[in-house]
Design a protein around this ligand. Structure first.
Ligand code: P1T
Length: 373
């Protein structure tokens, strides 16, 4: 079955006891047992919950994977994957990635003896593992510079290391990392999967039974699980993912082209623009170029922020409403300034999460805010 059909039907059979077309939210922490160990498949909601299980079914299906796991946040999902490692192991990651991921790597896991090396996301050869490399961590498109890494090329040279792809910016609809050779896909489902800025969540998919067993063990043993209500909200959102991603991509392309010609804009980062260094790779590995556009402002940041009205100044991304973020003071403030600047995240960089409002209204708003900047 094709993607939209799976998005709407996977894990969504009508409720057998009542016929409800939308299965109810199983808002329960525990489940009755007839005699010890005799039950209907569920014991305790940290271990498993029917609403979460339905979400995990559709997550796996949309990624073309065998298994899906839902987490309480994207960071919780990232942290759980890192628990697959042992002291002395080495990770290679791109040098442009979400500030919170960098913070988990450097301020949580380095302390436990994991070594991290950061390389140029554009350069496949830099991701070649050493003997100690156990994970290759790709974020593509990257946050916030929207760089593109060739997943298939990195997977071909991975040796014994596992390739993890943070697919948050693309979503399952635009990019299928498992089919390109990745072992694990991770999401902040707070973003496009959720799509309405009303839920924080994370997700992991894989086709490996062994990896799934280890992550499922950690999910239960440590407990970073989403509530039944959050699981239900996410499942509802996934049914329109394909429609939203098409609309985000259309709007972002138009916004990027508009920004490119504006005197108050120094540089535009969007893989749908022909000058973008990752344009050709993105064309191959993504269905569309997505909804995230970054640019360097040649003007007053404060005046721009005060003038812009349809784009809300806020962290996060991927919702139907447009947001603007200043990475150096917001999402990437946990990266030391010298490292951030060396990696190309300048103080005048702004990141747009282009929503699905009318695109002419979005461009009119940007035009007036830039003229005031
Ligand atoms: O916020 P949380 O659901 O825990 O997800 C973390 C995360 C993981 N990976 C990527 C690529 C992300 O962008 C994020 C979260 N990012 C933001 C909050 C942001 O505004 O960039």
């Amino acid at each position: 079955m094709k993607f939209p059909t799976r998005a709407i039907h996977a894990g969504q059979d009508p409720d057998p006891s009542t016929g409800a077309v939308i299965p109810p939210i199983y808002m329960t922490s525990t489940f009755a047992q007839e005699t010890p160990g005799v039950h209907k498949g569920f014991e305790y909601s940290r271990t498993d919950n029917p609403t979460r299980q339905k979400l995990e079914t559709v997550l796996a299906s949309l990624d073309g994977g065998q298994h899906g796991l839902a987490f309480a946040s994207g960071n919780a999902a990232t942290d759980t994957i890192l628990k697959l490692l042992s002291p002395g192991d080495h990770v290679i990651a791109g040098n442009d990635l979400y500030g919170g991921t960098y913070r988990i790597f450097e301020n949580v896991w380095r302390h436990w003896g994991i070594d991290f090396t950061y390389v140029d996301p554009n350069n496949t050869a830099d991701f070649k593992p050493t003997d100690k490399t156990k994970l290759i961590w790709l974020e593509t498109p990257t946050n916030p510079l929207i760089k593109i890494t060739d997943i298939e090329a990195v997977a071909k040279q991975k040796g014994d290391a596992l390739v993890v792809v943070d697919n948050t910016f693309a979503s399952s609809y635009l990019q299928q990392p498992l089919a390109l050779g990745a072992d694990i896909v991770v999401y902040s489902s707070t973003k496009y999967l959720g799509g309405h800025s009303d839920v924080v969540g994370g997700a992991v998919t894989t086709s490996s039974d062994e990896i799934h067993e280890r992550l499922k063990f950690l999910q239960n043993a440590v407990g970073p699980v989403p509530s039944p209500f959050d699981s239900w909200l996410l499942h509802r959102s996934l049914k329109t993912l394909h429609l939203r991603m098409e609309a985000h991509s259309n709007n972002a392309q138009a916004v990027a082209e508009f920004l490119q010609g504006n005197a108050k804009v120094d540089h535009v980062y969007y893989p749908g623009l022909a000058h973008h260094p990752g344009h050709d790779v993105a064309k191959n590995q993504m269905k569309r170029f997505g909804g995230m556009v970054s640019f360097e402002l040649n003007g007053s940041l404060n005046a721009f922020s005060k003038s812009i009205s349809l784009f809300t100044l806020a962290e996060s991304l991927g919702g139907i409403e447009s947001l603007v973020c200043h990475p150096s003071s917001m999402t990437h403030a946990s990266i030391p300034r010298d490292i951030r600047i060396a990696n190309g995240v300048k103080d005048n960089l702004l990141r747009l999460s282009v929503g699905v409002e009318d695109v002419d209204d979005l461009i009119t708003d940007l035009e007036q805010a830039l003229s005031n900047a």
